[in-house]
Design a protein around this ligand. Structure first.
Ligand SMILES: Nc1ncnc2c1ncn2[C@@H]1O[C@H](COP(=O)(O)OP(=O)(O)OP(=O)(O)O)[C@@H](O)[C@H]1O
Ligand SMILES: [Mg+2]
Length: 226
């Protein structure tokens, strides 16, 4: 279970405080796939960053399967994120100087899995996203959709409980998005992981178990045709 309790986050703009997250509350069952929609600037990325511990809340509580993430200090928060959370970004964020297999393996190595075991798991994960024959290709040899598949493999190779995806299809053409989205969904469901996925595309969002909307700093059930 992922629990958000009165999570708030403000940013200072000159003399003014901008309250981006205003007492956000949510309870998300383990294994659920939840889509988050909302207009640009409504705080969707801020929310994912607070949940992952990349950013910190000013107040409130974030709890994942009994671990209070918001109560951890660096470097425990970083260690928890590395072990238990995966992240997929709009612009892939792969390491351009490493090949596909090395990008994926890096996550395992950061978690202390090394050598043959790390290679085996990275290769198997890349095979699952359909890139088993391109393990050693450099990142710039991949198309956008293929790079996102490498990034999906990287996000899941350490078997995280929670996958956070921020506009994972936002930089892909519609056709590619329609392949990448179900792939994320299928891999997450197979593992029983929880998914929080931000998207502008309500037709993609509709395949999630629940659609929530960031509105006025809160997370609410999405309005039908907004
Ligand atoms: N580090 C920061 N410093 C100052 N303001 C910030 C910071 N991060 C986010 N904000 C502000 O918080 C608000 C929400 O930003 P956020 O990136 O979370 O929106 P979003 O819903 O992800 O938007 P988009 O759909 O365009 O990605 C914006 O007004 C943004 O300017
Ligand atoms: Mg964003």
């Amino acid at each position: 279970m992922l629990i958000l309790e009165n999570v708030s986050r403000s940013f200072r703009e000159g003399a003014r405080e901008h309250r981006v997250l205003d007492n956000v509350c949510a309870r998300i069952e383990s294994g659920a796939a939840v889509a988050i929609v909302g207009r640009s600037g409504s705080g969707k990325s801020t929310l994912l960053n607070v949940v992952s511990g990349i950013d910190h809340a000013d107040a409130g509580r974030v709890e994942l399967d009994g671990q209070v993430i918001s109560g951890l200090r660096e470097p425990e928060r970083t260690r928890f994120r590395r072990q238990h959370i995966g992240f997929i970004y709009q612009f892939f964020n792969l390491v351009p100087t490493l090949n596909a297999e090395e990008n994926v393996r890096l996550v395992l190595e950061l978690n202390g899995v090394r050598g043959r075991e790390a290679r085996r798991r990275s290769a198997a994960m890349l095979a699952e996203v359909g890139l088993g024959d391109r393990l050693h290709s450099p990142i710039d040899a991949f198309s956008g959709g293929e790079q996102q598949r490498v990034a999906i493999a990287r996000a899941l190779v350490h078997e995280p409980q929670l996958l956070l995806a921020d506009e994972p299809t936002g930089n892909l053409d519609e056709d590619t998005a329609r392949h990448v989205f179900p792939l994320v969904m299928a891999l997450v469901r197979k593992r029983g992981a929880t998914l929080l996925l931000v998207t502008h595309d309500r037709s993609l969002a509709a395949s999630a178990d629940r659609v929530l909307e960031m509105r006025d700093g809160r997370l609410e059930p999405a309005t039908a045709l907004a």
